[in-house]
Design a protein around this ligand. Structure first.
Ligand SMILES: C=CC1=C(C)c2cc3[nH]c(cc4nc(cc5[nH]c(cc1n2)c(C)c5CCC(=O)O)C(CCC(=O)O)=C4C)c(C)c3C=C
Ligand SMILES: [Fe+2]
Length: 441
């Protein structure tokens, strides 16, 4: 389990572990960790002990925090972490002020947790003995592990399930926040889908991601309740050039042709909502997140020949190169002829979803593998929790999914069991709360 905080992020915190921060906020989780006894928690302790509580020389301190404030929320272009816990919440209260108050407390908690600090108070022993601790405590000895928390609102937050405006949000529903259509072959479970608010927590330590969701859920008690939640591991994409392409549960490299954090022009074109590309000015700087829990019939896959597997994906299993040749990052040549039709079959996954088939649209994929035990019939309940961030799902997701479900050979091995589309809030600066642009608009 990666407890190594030496992996810096695409958005490192400029203030991580400075003396100023210590005196302002008291002991951070990581400094508690260091002072509580080197040797118990792996490399983090070694590194921080060297940075020296004694000497207070912070020069060697490693950074494993992701900046929370900014024009966009973290957790989208942030270097994809290894673990995920995503949850959707339904708002149980009708009170707009209660919702805003919860979003304020969530903002404070996220700002603290992403910097490796406890929720509420930095020192868990400082609270009242007669009250529950302000932090649940299971991450107290862990580093921030590159935690990012990303919040979005579902269509039902604006108009409920009957089209009636909620929380005074009349006229604030973005046109792009559609109800995703039913796609051929879908076996969607309602209880695993949609929801008023989505919270994606990603970290390089599963306990840190779970801790984030649990503490937000606790802070929301009386205002929201969890509708569904999903854990994931082994990121199935890369979002920075420095990251190696990971493999999905079919054993193929996944994320090769993904949009990357350093391609600002493409991100502006395909991921970030701009003030001119939305009917809702409050969405500028935001994005749309598509979630699909896709069961992969791994037992059937494992019994299929390598030739079949590669023809289904359109790439070489070992290297990730397109079947038309070259290396992993070579462009596929869909026109190259083989002995019986194109070398890359027209019904292969990459041929079906490639931008050349869809007016050049691209998406930022950020999914995770999942295994939720077995299904009672001797098969793993395993697959991909597909997550993609796009500027507009109507142009950047729906047509691709329609093509997949009608002509993608991979679909035979897949079953979509959940579906969600959320308006990802723009980022905020210090002093603001998540969602403020909407509620102030
Ligand atoms: C509708 C969008 C997509 C869904 C759903 C989806 C599911 C899915 N994909 C894989 C495995 C791979 N996908 C790969 C590439 C790829 N996939 C999509 C879209 C969806 N995939 C796109 C847009 C692309 C990029 C195409 C391109 O530009 O070439 C690949 C190849 C490697 C890579 O580029 O990432 C694999 C492998 C699975 C297993 C899956 C559902 C479980
Ligand atoms: Fe794919």
């Amino acid at each position: 389990m990666p407890k190594n905080p030496s992996t810096s992020t695409s958005e490192p915190s400029a203030v991580a572990q400075t003396g100023a921060k210590e005196s302002r906020r008291g002991l951070s989780r990581r400094l508690l960790l260091t002072s509580a006894g080197a040797g118990t928690a792996g490399l983090a302790v070694g590194a921080l002990a060297h940075a020296g509580l004694a000497g207070r020389s912070h020069a060697a301190t490693v950074v494993d925090t992701v900046e929370f404030y900014g024009a966009h929320q973290a957790g989208i272009t942030t270097a994809a972490q290894d673990r995920m816990h995503t949850a959707a919440f339904d708002v149980t209260s009708d009170d707009r002020e209660a919702l805003i108050s919860m979003l304020r407390s969530w903002t404070d908690a996220i700002a603290a947790m992403t910097q490796g600090q406890q929720v509420g108070a930095d020192d868990p022993a400082a609270g009242s003995y007669d009250a529950p601790p302000s932090d649940t405590g299971e991450a107290a000895d862990l580093s921030a592990a590159n935690l990012s928390v990303t919040i979005g609102f579902g269509r039902s937050l604006f108009i409920g399930n009957h089209g009636k405006a909620r929380f005074g949000l009349d006229g604030k529903l973005p046109d792009a926040l559609i109800e995703l259509p039913h796609f051929s072959g879908d076996q969607i479970e309602e209880g695993r889908s949609d929801g008023d608010i989505v919270v994606q927590a990603c970290a390089d330590d599963p306990q840190v991601a779970v801790h984030a969701i649990r503490n937000l859920s606790r802070l929301g008690f009386g205002t929201v309740r969890v509708r569904w939640s999903q854990t994931g591991f082994g990121r199935t994409s890369k979002t920075t050039r420095a990251q190696q392409t990971p493999r999905n549960l079919f054993g193929f490299k996944d994320g090769t042709a993904n949009l990357l954090a350093d391609n600002k022009e493409l991100l502006d074109q395909h991921v970030w909502v701009g003030k001119d590309s939305t009917d809702q000015p409050w969405m500028a700087g935001g994005s749309y997140m598509v979630t699909r829990r896709i069961r992969m019939h791994v037992e059937t896959w494992d019994r299929s020949a390598l030739r079949e597997q590669e023809n289904v994906v359109g790439r070489v299993k070992s290297t990730g190169a397109p079947l038309s040749g070259g290396d992993e990052f070579s462009e596929p040549d869909f026109a190259m002829a083989g002995s019986a039709g194109p070398v890359i079959p027209a019904d292969s996954h990459v041929a079906v979803v490639h931008p050349s088939q869809h007016d050049g649209v691209q998406m930022l994929r950020r999914g995770f593998n999942y295994v939720d035990g077995s299904d009672g019939l001797g098969r793993l309940d395993a697959g991909l929790f597909f997550i993609a961030f796009v500027i507009d799902a109507r142009t950047h997701y729906v047509p691709l999914q329609e093509a997949m479900s009608s002509k993608d050979a991979m679909s035979e091995y897949l079953r979509h069991t959940s579906s969600g589309l959320y308006a990802i809030l723009p980022g905020i600066s210090q002093g603001q709360y998540l969602g403020q642009q909407l509620f102030d608009s």
